[in-house]
Structure formats: C-alpha cells, structure tokens
Write a protein that binds this ligand. Structure first.
Ligand code: CP
Length: 331
C-alpha cells in the first residue's frame, strides 16, 4: 500500500503571519545573506530533517515544479542530495549529464542555460569550474539559480549544511571556535563557511601551510595559523578540508606524507581541541592525507556522515524557499 504524502513541516512565519520567504531570487553565495535569512533556512531544514527521518519522507510542496541539476564538475553528495531533495518535495528532478549533452559539441554555457530555460524550469542547480558561472547564468534565465559550487568562489549549501550540523550538536554557532584546516586556497567550502560563521558570530581560525592560504585571507575576519597545535587549541569544531590535488599546478607541498605529519588530523592533534570537539569534513576525503581513517570513522567524534544526511534537508529548505511565490528579485 502506498503512503500518502507527509504533511509539509510547519514553516517559519513572518510578523504578519505569512510563510516567511527569502528576499532573494537566487542562492549564489553566503556572502550577502543576513543572520535572520540563514536562520530561516536552518529552521526550515530542521523540520525537513524530521520529515526525512519519518515514515513518510515525501511531501508535495513542489508538486508540478521542475528542478534541473546542471553539473560541469564531478559530484557525489551535492548532486544526489539535490535530486533527492527535489523528489522528496514532489518536484520533477532531472540530472543533465554534461558528458552526454551538446556542451560536448561546443554549445556555450549561456546557450545551454537559455535552452534549458525555454523548457520552463523552476530551479537550475549549477556546479561549474569557473567562479561566477552561476551568477552569469542567473542573469540569463527566468528561474531560480542555486550555486552548487563554482570554482574557488563559494559552495553555499555546503556551508548551510555544516551550520545545521553544528547547530544541532552545539545549540548555536555564536561564540564557538571553529578551526578550518587544510587546503584553504582552493576551497570554495572554506570561503562559504568563513562568511557564514562570521555572520553568525563564531570565531574562525584557518590552519594551513602558507602555500595553501589565499594572499588576502587576513582580510576575511579569521585568525591565521600555520601550526596545528596552536590552531586546534580549545577548538569546538575541527573542520578538515580535502587537499585538492586536481586544482594544484606546480609544487604546493614537499610530499603528502610530510603534509599528513604536520597537517593531517590524527588523535594526537585532536587532543588539543576541546574534549567534545566535533570532527567535520565536507567530503570527499583523502584518507591518510588530511585525515586519519580512525579519526574520520570515530562514531563518538566524527559527524561527517551526519553532514551528508543533513545536506538533503538543507537543500529541501533552499528549494522550498526559492520557489515560494513571494521570493523577491535579487537586489
Ligand atoms: N562536499 C561536496 O561538495 O561533495 P561532492 O563533490 O561529492 O558533491
């Protein structure tokens, strides 16, 4: 027997009693969002976590809507969770394979987007190797655009799911010390997290060798450390980042073995953080390079798979909010 759709979670309401909406047409980055807007997304996502864990995880909030995933770079977590999120909300979800598309015949990014736009989409979820590609597309299409990771710029839904994971464990983000460790230079996850954590009142440290830090990092409102012992001291959250070998041209490190010795998270280094510090990683992991396997799989400390679970709920919240009729144009 088929289950009937789950009732939609209770939506946060504004002061006039209307379902609250984001004052944005698109989600292109965390930069530019406000703390109340981030809390609105996280509050709605909290409701979707419960829906997903229940016996009736599907609802019809997005019935009749169409969501297209347009990924020019590889992905496991983000693409699958956007597809699942759209389907859980009752939308038609389409994964467009760039490898099997007319992009391979030379069709441009803009022509691809305008072609899809002509099919009356509601949301276009875009991952692209060039920073700014989702913003460019947003100026050419009528539907909402969600940035699923652009170059080294931003990955907003990753930062939102990280925030939800932290909030559910620690109650709030304000006042926490978060150490983001590893390849900050190539990481859009780091940039989105730095913006979000600063907006929400957390103290952010970045811990990396100088070669893996952007030159303007000290203008991003973070403490900079080159030594894990200092960077992890009394941290509430230890967020490890993947060494993005595919984006490295030239020599950034003497060797991966030496990198693990100085910057890889093992139990000795973890002991410097608070005893209840959470271990996070956006994935995919390079085990034995930036994180020891035992630490990554420690069910008492690591929340890496919870991050994946909560990613579906966060993406449901983003799809829901951006398709509400009262979503307003981006300012
Ligand atoms: N964290 C993340 O973006 O993972 P995927 O590349 O697998 O989507």
């Amino acid at each position: 027997m088929m289950n009937s759709p789950a009732p939609a979670p209770v939506h946060p309401h504004d002061l006039d009693g209307r379902a609250a909406a984001l004052p944005h047409r698109h989600l292109l980055g965390i930069e530019g969002l406000t703390a109340p807007e981030i809390n609105l997304i996280l509050d709605l996502a909290d409701g979707y976590v419960e829906q997903n864990r229940g016996t009736r995880p599907k609802s019809d909030v997005l019935a009749g809507r169409t969501v297209v995933n347009l990924f020019f770079e590889n992905s496991t977590r983000t693409r699958t969770s956007f597809e699942l999120a759209a389907k859980r909300l009752g939308a038609d979800a389409i994964n467009m394979s760039v490898d099997g598309s007319s992009v391979k015949k030379g069709e441009t990014l803009i022509d691809t987007a305008m072609t899809l736009n002509a099919m009356h989409l509601d949301v276009l979820v875009v991952r692209h190797q060039e920073s700014g590609a989702p913003k460019l597309l947003a100026s050419k299409v009528n539907c909402a655009v969600i940035n699923a990771g652009d170059g080294q710029h931003e990955h907003p839904t990753q930062a939102l799911l990280d925030a939800l994971t932290i909030r559910r464990h620690k109650g709030a983000l304000k006042g926490l010390t978060v150490a983001i460790c590893g390849d900050i230079l190539h990481s859009r996850v780091a940039r989105s997290n730095i913006h979000l954590l600063n907006i929400m009142g957390a103290q952010v440290r970045v811990v990396a060798p100088p070669t893996l830090l952007p030159s303007a990092i000290d203008r991003m409102g973070v403490e900079v450390h080159h030594d894990m012992k200092k960077g992890l001291k009394d941290a509430d959250i230890v967020m490890m980042l993947r060494l993005q070998l595919e984006r490295m041209q030239g020599q950034f490190l003497p060797s991966q073995r030496e990198y693990f010795h100085f910057f890889g998270l093992d139990y000795d280094k973890l002991a410097l953080a608070k005893p209840d510090a959470l271990i996070m990683h956006p994935g995919p992991m390079n085990r034995g390079v930036e994180i020891d396997s035992l630490v990554a799989d420690d069910i008492h400390r690591s929340v890496i798979l919870q991050q994946v679970e909560l990613g579906v709920a966060v993406r449901m919240a983003c799809l829901d909010l951006l398709t509400r009729p009262d979503s307003r144009p981006n300012l």
